[in-house]
Design a protein around this ligand. Structure first.
Ligand code: CS2
Length: 430
């Protein structure tokens, strides 16, 4: 039976790639690799799968997804993960490891060989997805098996290219041989999937008419655009609506700069003004108007091939963001801002572009970081220690603001721009 490996068995994979694979006709199976979450690993051992709740305007329906017949826990048994690559039935590997999982140096875009987890991988204790993937691909090469396709399914522009480069950097540093025929297509993934709360879990159980194991709630809307560049066979994901195209970049830009950019703006500005959920923030007239302005700025930066689709795309986003029952928490979106802002907001400001609403989003992230610090709380961000140090060491707020902007790639601000930024940070509540 043909097989996939998936690294990162979180809610998004279970709502997206697993759902597409379940619709793909042939009998595919997935070896699911949980990176660290032992409770999730234990719950998925039974092989009975999990309940996926799909919320549309017609209400909630549930599907039981039972494709993950093997589940591994990377933090406990990395050797089993590496060995799983030496399987002739394996055709492709998919990954959802979030922006921070790529361990890239933001300044160079290359693998950060000083990152402690990458150092540990190189010292022979592999735990990162990048290390496990590179070692797994090398194991496959040693076994003389055919090359694989490796699909990044994270919200990074050029995600496949970035992943391929990171694997190549790691392999050089670790002196590993990887099949040069391995393909790393770019992909654009989209489906809003909130973290599971007790309320969402109860709703899914009620809809399924039975207790729900590790349930996931998602929306009916879904998109997957994949660069048609495969080393071996793949599930017929197009049967569920996936699009195979020669170039994913225009779709990726549209999604990151419209959906994800407005999500991050809503998260920081929304939390600062006391909202909890996306639908609540969108019901706030000022925030809703600012989202429209952000979209106006974003559309100008899109390639011509997708510009015409922007009005329909925006209309669909308004519907998607309004669904009360999704209860999509702003605090979930607010995590890892130092990495997300670079992908979503900063591209609207490059080359000195005048995009005041995007600039405001930078101010909102900074205001949120400062407020978190003032409250003595820790930012949920891989750079939180550095951010705390920066704020503590800065002689005044203005310097801290300049350094935080620099951290996400907004550098060399003119004094007048810094004045504007500082004034906006203050106005937003920090
Ligand atoms: C969100 C995304 O949490 C976030 O940062 O912007 O996860 C968003 O919900 C998905 O990309 C939608 O496809």
């Amino acid at each position: 039976m043909p097989r996939l490996i998936h690294l990162g068995l979180g809610n998004f994979h279970r709502a997206h790639q697993a759902w597409y694979t379940a619709q793909a006709g042939e009998d595919w199976r997935i070896t699911g690799v949980v990176m660290r979450n032992a409770a999730l690993f234990d719950a998925l051992q039974s092989g009975n799968g999990y309940a996926l709740g799909i919320r549309s305007s017609d209400g909630l329906r549930t599907e039981q997804i039972t494709l993950h017949d093997k589940v591994l826990l990377a933090s406990r048994d990395p050797a089993a993960v590496i060995d799983a690559f030496a399987d002739p039935d394996l055709m492709a590997v998919t990954l959802t490891i979030t922006e921070k999982g790529y361990c890239l140096d933001p300044a160079t875009g290359q693998l950060d060989l000083d990152n402690p987890v990458i150092k540990a991988d190189l010292a022979g204790q592999p735990t990162s997805a990048i290390g496990l993937l590179a070692l797994g691909l090398a194991r496959r090469m040693e076994a003389g098996l055919d090359p694989l396709t490796v699909l990044s399914c994270d919200n990074l522009s050029g995600n496949g290219h970035k992943l391929g480069a990171a694997i190549s950097d790691f392999s050089k540093a670790a002196q590993l041989q990887i099949d040069p025929g391995t393909c790393f297509p770019d992909t654009m993934v989209d489906r809003i999937t909130p973290a599971t709360t007790e309320t969402l879990s109860n709703e899914i159980a009620a809809s399924a008419g039975q207790p729900a194991v590790m349930p996931v709630m998602t929306e009916a809307f879904t998109e997957w655009v994949i660069e048609d560049n495969f080393a071996a066979s793949r599930p017929a994901w197009e049967l569920a609506g996936a699009e195979l195209v020669p170039d994913v970049a225009p779709y990726e830009k549209r999604k990151l700069r419209l959906l994800n950019a407005s999500h991050s703006w809503l998260a920081y500005a929304g939390l600062l003004s006391g909202h909890r959920y996306v639908h609540e923030a969108m019901a706030d007239a000022d925030l809703r108007a600012s989202v429209e302005r952000l979209w106006d700025e974003a559309v100008e930066t899109l390639p011509d091939s997708v510009k015409d689709t922007a009005p329909a795309y925006r209309a669909a986003l308004l519907d998607r963001f309004a669904v009360t029952e999704m209860r999509h928490e702003l605090i979930q979106i607010a995590t890892d801002g130092s990495l997300k802002m670079r992908e979503r907001i900063v591209p609207l400001l490059v080359n000195g572009r005048d995009a005041p609403q995007a600039f405001d989003a930078v101010a909102a992230w900074i205001a949120f970081a400062l407020r978190t610090h003032q409250r003595g709380e820790t930012l949920s961000d891989p750079n939180s220690a550095r951010i705390t140090e920066m704020i503590d060491a800065a002689r005044d707020n203005r310097l801290a603001i300049a350094q935080l902007a620099d951290l996400i790639g907004i550098s060399d601000l003119k004094p007048t721009q810094l004045d504007t930024l500082a004034a906006r940070v203050e106005a937003l509540g920090a």
